[in-house]
Design a protein around this ligand. Structure first.
Ligand code: UTP
Length: 414
């Protein structure tokens, strides 16, 4: 590991010397941790992200409509796809990945979001509801789909403890459940200076759900999947309690149509719903944020009266394993998010801000879609597959009470 002098020289080069200001007051363990961080971090990248992250210019991108298939208009093909997918699932070619590394700031729950109880009579957590979905697959197809859970440095320990406490929901830890951590990047203040956390070391934050690819490769999860004979990977968020992770139709369609990536969509609730929608960007698959779309585009319809930009992104994706491996080595663009972050100031005092004060850098899962020639978008029904838990109940939308109602309605519990 580098020593203090070497660390000083490295930091000076990038204008981040303040990180060693309180080095002498740290315990030996924390000093080592800080030096290790300084050795590891790509400061050039961080400085460049700060300088350029809000300058990603999409104004000249050519946006056009993205074709999609409607699950309920597949007619005779439906059975054919289902059969193909069922065969692949029964042969053990499917794995499920749950991205659970997010901070869940909007929900405001003190713990991993997956541990959240949405208030069902059963009091099952989001993790358990997802696991139920895998168990249902086991019942139908006779195979335990292996479950890979991405955590972050921040919530990894708590997540594993939660699973231990719940005896892995009876889904056999050693054989079927695997945890891995996503990557991190330093948070910086409005001047581009890296923050120091409460423990006196560099304040790091998860690098967004786009970190999934690199994390799957770097942590040996792709290797593990290959050993298990996996060819297709379902990747979804932790917060959709109606996600169908073992879906033969979805798998069969991707195989039959020979795409390497397939995504599910639901039609927008109204033209101005604040969601990202599938589109083509410069002729390639993409997702466009609601903030990037003009009112005219949001309201535009085709000859059947369907919204041209109406397929909202559920974060329910199916990837061919080779595509994920390739994406794991792609440099992704980073987006900047302005967040509240506690830190130690230059006088050694802990600052707990009431409003955002720091930048966090995140890449998005769909940032890789532009590398694909083709991608399948499958429109499904909202009431069957989408019950997100994003906000606290006070928001009234995409919150525990709305998700609970959707879940109960779908499972006919009410
Ligand atoms: P969101 O973007 O909704 O973020 O993540 P979030 O962390 O749940 O909530 P907010 O924005 O802080 O309120 C969608 C999915 O991607 C995962 C989340 O755990 C969720 O399942 N995610 C997000 C990660 O795994 N890592 C990240 O760095 C970000």
């Amino acid at each position: 590991m580098i020593n203090k002098q070497e660390a000083e020289a490295k930091l000076k080069k990038y204008g981040q010397e303040h990180l060693l200001n309180h080095f002498e007051t740290l315990s030996e363990k924390k000093q080592k941790e800080l030096l290790g961080q300084i050795e590891e971090i790509d400061f050039e990248l961080v400085n460049n992200l700060y300088k350029n992250a809000d300058k990603i210019d999409t104004s000249n991108d050519e946006i056009s409509h993205m074709e999609y298939s409607d699950k309920y208009k597949l007619n005779d093909e439906y059975k054919k796809y289902e059969k193909i997918g069922e065969k692949a699932i029964k042969e053990g070619k499917l794995a499920a990945v749950t991205m659970a590394g997010g901070q869940g700031t909007r929900l405001g729950f003190d713990g991993p979001k997956g541990a959240y109880d949405i208030g069902l009579d059963s009091h099952k957590s989001l993790f358990e509801l997802l696991c139920d979905n895998l168990k249902e697959g086991e019942k139908k197809y006779g195979v335990k789909v292996p479950w890979f859970i991405m955590t972050s440095e921040e919530n990894n320990e708590q997540t594993i403890e939660f699973f231990q406490k719940n005896k892995f929901f009876g889904y056999q830890k050693d054989k079927n459940i695997f945890f891995f951590k996503q990557g991190q990047l330093p948070m910086v203040d409005t001047e581009g200076k890296i923050l120091i956390n409460e423990e006196g070391v560099i304040k790091l934050a998860a690098n967004g759900h786009g970190g999934i690819y690199e994390a799957l490769v770097k942590n040996g999860m792709i290797k593990k999947m290959k050993e298990l004979g996996v060819e297709w990977i379902f990747i979804g968020g932790v917060d959709n309690c109606l996600a169908k992770m073992v879906d033969p139709l979805f798998v069969g369609m991707a195989i039959d149509k020979q795409v390497t990536v397939a995504c599910k969509s639901v039609v927008k609730d109204n033209p101005h719903e604040k969601v990202g929608v599938f589109c083509k960007r410069n002729g390639r698959p993409s997702v466009i944020e609601y903030s990037e779309i003009t009112d005219e585009m949001a309201e535009a319809v085709d000859e059947n009266g369907e919204l041209l930009y109406g397929e909202s992104n559920l974060l329910c994706n199916l990837f061919n394993i080779d595509a994920v491996e390739r994406m794991g080595s792609l440099p992704l663009p980073y987006h900047i998010a302005y967040k509240k972050a506690k830190y130690i100031d230059k006088d050694g005092n802990l600052v707990e801000p009431d409003s955002p004060n720091a930048y966090k850098f995140e890449s998005f899962l769909f940032d890789t879609f532009g590398t694909l020639d083709e991608m399948l978008v499958l429109r499904v029904k909202r009431e069957e597959e989408f019950a997100p838990v994003k906000n606290a109940d006070s928001a009234g939308v995409d919150c525990p009470s709305t998700a609970r109602a959707l879940y109960e309605k779908y499972h006919k519990l009410i």
